[in-house]
Design a protein around this ligand. Structure first.
Ligand code: GLU
Length: 306
């Protein structure tokens, strides 16, 4: 038998406590690692300091423990990794792959047609204003990656073969923001490589970020992990669960019922006699029965807390 090392991770942003949607992503990633006899690491993505909530990182660790999601080793904390991100940006500059950009959000949002073109995610497609040099007198604010007008193909373990044209669907994207913070796209790529991540299992809201990350990995000479994107969880109104949509924190009672619901939306409903038992017991059952191809692609609606 050949030994295939598996290293997975969960990378929450401590903008608030975990909600049902983040639990589903954590459970899927934990199970996939456990089923492969792999390792499962934790990374606190507190990169966007203004959006982080004091105390949320500790709350998340306690919630994971309470739901039986045990991680290995020390938690990697993104706010302590600026040197690594700066080094990666330096490498991109040396390659001529990035350029300084002076555009403000409001300039980008206003065009001659009033409405800037956006991709299906609602992001503004960068029109390339600073691509060939800053306009006279303009001051650099952010750094953008110059993207190619070719299709990036990748295979998601749940969604199958996908492709995206970065130039047409995303545009030159930001790797260092105007407020001086490094962007998620750069940090996630640097950290997945640093931690040796082989398998990324995360929410489907990040599916269309994947080609950006693969492109950065290619530029930086980093390994591309295998990706799987689990169903997005919405509220009854069809909105993605998030702080903005006031998703409630995972409940502290009735965890067994919540875990059974998480496993059900992942296509792995436990047998009735297990459904209300301790989360760890259900996870142990699910790890034995885990088949990632049984995870649905469509979004699921969260049930109200028990
Ligand atoms: N920090 C991101 C989030 O909480 C996840 C990033 C990732 O898994 O790549 O949505």
């Amino acid at each position: 038998m050949t030994f295939v090392p598996y290293l997975g991770r969960f990378a929450p942003s401590p903008t608030g406590p975990l909600h049902f949607g983040s639990l589903v992503a954590a459970v899927a990633s934990w199970l996939d690692a456990r089923a492969a006899s792999g390792r499962w690491l934790l990374r606190m993505e507190d990169l966007d300091r203004p959006r982080c909530e004091p105390g949320a990182a500790d709350t998340i660790l306690r919630q994971l423990e309470a739901y039986g999601l045990v991680w290995e080793g020390d938690v990697l904390v993104q706010s302590q990794r600026d040197d690594a991100y700066a080094a990666a940006l330096g490498a991109l500059k040396a390659l001529g792959a990035v350029y300084p950009c002076a555009c403000t959000r409001s300039q980008l949002a206003r065009t001659q047609f009033d409405q800037a073109p956006r991709n299906p995610e609602g992001e503004i497609l960068y029109p390339g204003t600073c691509r060939n040099g800053l306009p006279p007198g303009a001051v650099a604010r952010a750094w953008r990656v110059r993207v190619p007008d070719v299709s990036t193909h990748f295979v998601d373990r749940i969604h199958g073969a996908l492709q995206q044209n970065l130039a047409q669907d995303v545009g030159d994207f930001i790797v260092k923001r105007a407020d001086g913070l490094f962007a998620y796209q750069l940090a996630v790529v640097v950290d997945d490589a640093f931690q040796g991540v082989t398998h990324v299992v995360r929410g489907a809201d990040l599916l269309w970020n994947t080609p950006r990350q693969i492109y950065l990995q290619t530029l930086l000479g980093l390994q591309t992990p295998v990706y799987a994107h689990v169903p997005l969880i919405t509220n009854a109104a069809g909105q993605k669960l998030s702080k903005q949509t006031r998703a409630s924190a995972l409940p502290e009672t009735g965890r067994g019922t919540v875990m059974a619901h998480a496993l059900a939306v992942l296509g792995h409903a436990p047998p009735a006699e297990l459904a209300g038992t301790e989360p760890a017991e259900q996870l142990a059952w699910a790890a034995v029965h885990w088949q990632i191809e049984n995870v649905p692609t469509r979004p699921a609606v969260a049930k109200p807390a028990p």
